[in-house]
Design a protein around this ligand. Structure first.
Ligand code: HEC
Ligand code: HEC
Length: 237
């Protein structure tokens, strides 16, 4: 049985703990001044929140190279804000906005975007138009298979084949951890940190067209959805 005295003690202890932690907080006011202990400057915000996956200087490694000037030219501020705030479903990119369960205020997210632009965006003059960030249509999966054979298989291997110089991007296990927009981004910018070509350099002679990129992503996306066959399941799952 709990006596009123014990309840009072428990409440007092709870109050002491809460006030030690700086509670209670005033509700609302998200973005009004520093609510978290996190830094306010770009260098430290980036280091503490992003460097582990996107590289200490934005060079990539675990995930895409945010500092790549082609990436900076490809993406607009609204998309950056959306992805950093809400994360990206279907990948390991976490949400950072307090409103989405993260730790960063809106002004800290703005600082990140401005810092990336200041440090990493450069004029890029490639002599060829950068494809659009988003796909313009759902794409033609069947044609995408041919595009894969022409532009990707020489390095990544055909479906079900042993990969060659580069990883098996057709494997369902890989595709389940990456969403379609991230695939599109990667096909456009490549992974310069691992010598993976951008959309201009997959085969000698000509860059991929916007539609070829859309189609190859549609085809890869369809591979993600294929049920695992009984043969592939022998490993245990
Ligand atoms: C746990 C690892 C992880 C952390 C930490 C992380 N990211 Fe990401 N990020 C990812 C992954 C994974 C993707 C999806 C692309 C991929 O699969 O390669 C991604 C995608 C993105 C994209 C979208 C790329 C596109 O297609 O346009 C942006 C922008 C981005 N991250 C910025 C940031 C910023 C800024 C931070 C720090 C506030 C951050 N990320 C922290 C893993 C991470
Ligand atoms: C000249 C060789 C080459 C060609 C051609 C090529 N890639 Fe790559 N690709 C690489 C290398 C190298 C990497 C980085 C190492 C790795 O992930 O295996 C890579 C990485 C990737 C990744 C990221 C994998 C990851 O782990 O995040 C994707 C997705 C990808 N390539 C898709 C494609 C697609 C789709 C095509 C065809 C449109 C293509 N690549 C053409 C060499 C190539």
């Amino acid at each position: 049985m709990r006596t009123p005295f014990l309840s009072f003690t428990a409440l007092a202890i709870l109050c002491a703990i809460l006030s030690a932690c700086g509670m209670p907080r005033s509700g609302g006011d998200i973005g009004e001044g520093p609510r978290s202990e996190l830094p306010q400057d770009f260098g430290n915000l980036y280091k503490q929140n992003c460097a582990g996956c996107h590289g200490a200087a934005g060079e990539g490694g675990g995930s895409i190279p945010l500092a790549d000037p082609i990436y900076q030219a490809l993406v607009d501020d609204g998309t950056l804000r959306q992805v950093i705030s809400k994360g990206r479903a279907g990948s390991h990119m976490p949400p950072f906005a307090q409103s989405a369960g993260g730790t960063l205020s809106d002004s800290q997210i703005d600082t990140l975007i401005q810092g990336m632009r200041q440090q990493w965006a450069k004029p890029v003059n490639l002599g060829v138009k950068i494809p659009s960030y988003k796909a313009q249509n759902p794409g033609d999966q069947k044609h995408g298979g041919q595009v894969y054979a022409q532009f990707c298989a020489s390095c990544h291997g055909g479906p079900g084949e042993k990969p060659g110089k580069a990883g098996a991007v057709t494997a369902r296990s890989f595709l389940q951890l990456i969403d379609d927009q991230s695939l599109r981004t990667l096909v456009i910018i490549g992974r310069p940190e691992f010598n993976a070509p951008d959309w201009r350099g997959d085969v000698p002679g000509r860059p991929m067209t916007d539609q070829e990129i859309t189609d190859v992503v549609a085809w890869l996306s369809n591979n993600r959805l294929q049920p695992t066959s009984a043969k592939n399941r022998q490993g245990g799952f």
